[in-house]
Design a protein around this ligand. Structure first.
Ligand code: ATP
Length: 368
């Protein structure tokens, strides 16, 4: 009988609770014991029954309808150091856990893969320093790891959607609808900043869904003169046709061609100085993460939870750690490290100012 643990790590995302519920129940359904690790990697480093807890079927009742993550999440500096991971290994073995499923972003999944690849040397050191017994050393030779992608940014390559992205998109669209009403009343322009880190997915799709006038995304930067003229021409054209509202969406990672950030303040200044528009800035902030998950994220997280448990049960020391993705509506397994490497290559291409490459590496095909 295997013991499967799940943790959430990095930024919280709506749907994480559905994922945890599904993993816990699938594990129990398959005859395994289910554990949760509280507070992300912090819980692994701290260890003990307060942080690595066995849970029952009933413990996760109703979680699909709850936002955030009930088992907590954290950014944990200690886990980035070997000593932190050594403690993590010791605590997992003490708790009797065989497999770990991590729901998080690319940072969390990189950490998970590193943990697995280091595992043989970690347990050797634990044995040599007498922190685990010979028996434990033999029993826990291999740590099964699996990743599910929880992030509102939809920034992971090789999966069409990350858990939480459609919920955040829905919240952004509602917020922009609200702003639109007041913009119309006063005939104002609004510059709306949305999250997404280095990824323009939220800004792009919110722009399409709300029929915004202009958007800024990190993957398609322009020089300062170019974007100023381009934006002003478009906005002026819309205004000349009688439009009373102007909505410009700025991704938080928006940059110009020389890689300097484009901030809502920069855009505000141009709309005021060049077009004389009465302009306001709205930074949506953490409301984008809040609230319950939309149906799509609940379903995605539930199906991926089932597959994550299947994947760890199938895994052997030779199989590369899997990441559970969705491609063209099918739940599939991908080699976790390839997905993380591809994700990183988008950021690298942007840094190298190879924007065409950055765009071609994104999975959203209609960016053009
Ligand atoms: P989000 O997309 O929401 O930012 P993320 O998983 O990318 O999520 P990070 O802050 O990058 O968020 O990572 C979360 C945690 O994962 C870190 O605080 C750290 O504990 C662990 N982690 C990240 N990168 C590594 C790494 N290279 N090695 C070991 N652990 C890591």
């Amino acid at each position: 009988e295997k013991a499967i643990a799940v943790m959430t790590s990095g930024g919280d995302a709506p749907g994480m609770n559905s994922n945890v519920r599904s993993i816990v129940r699938s594990a129990i359904f398959k005859g395994c014991q289910a554990y949760v690790v509280m507070e992300g990697y912090e819980g692994l480093v701290r260890g003990g029954p307060e942080y690595i807890k066995q849970v029952t079927w009933e413990d996760v009742r109703g979680w699909s309808t709850e936002g955030g993550t009930n088992i907590g999440t954290a950014r944990c500096m200690a886990f980035k150091k070997r000593e932190g991971r050594l403690l993590g290994a010791q605590h997992l073995i003490e708790a009797g856990v065989d497999a770990l499923i991590v729901c998080g972003g690319d940072g969390s999944l990189t950490g998970a893969d590193l943990f697995r690849s280091e595992w043989p040397s970690l347990i050797k050191e634990l044995l040599e320093t007498k922190r685990i017994s010979e028996q434990q050393y033999t029993r826990y030779q291999h740590l099964n790891i699996c990743g599910t992608v929880g992030s509102i940014d939809n920034d992971m390559s090789t999966t069409d959607a990350t858990i939480g992205a459609y919920s955040a998109l829905d919240r952004i669209c509602k917020a922009i609808d609200y702003v639109e009403a007041t913009a119309y009343s006063h005939s104002r322009a609004f510059v709306v900043e949305v999250m997404g880190r280095n990824c323009g997915w939220l800004a792009l799709l919110a722009g399409i869904a709300t029929s915004a006038d202009y958007i800024f995304i990190p993957e398609k930067p322009a020089s300062s003169e170019e974007w100023q003229d381009h934006m002003c021409n478009i906005v002026a054209k819309h205004r000349s046709k009688g439009k009373r509202t102007t909505i410009v969406i700025v991704a938080e990672g928006a940059i110009s061609a020389d890689l300097t950030p484009i901030t809502p303040k920069d855009v505000h200044k141009v709309l005021v100085d060049k077009l004389g528009l009465d302009t306001r800035i709205t930074i949506l902030g953490h409301v984008q993460r809040g609230g319950t998950a939309v149906a799509y994220d609940r379903v995605l997280a539930t199906l991926q939870g089932v597959e994550a448990v299947n994947a760890v049960l199938d895994s052997t020391p030779e199989t590369p750690s899997p990441l559970i993705a969705i491609n063209e509506n099918k739940i599939v397994r991908k080699p976790l490290m390839d997905s993380v490497a591809l994700t990183k290559s988008v950021a690298d291409a942007i840094q190298a100012k190879d924007f065409d490459k950055a765009m071609s590496l994104r999975d959203t095909e209609f960016v053009e």
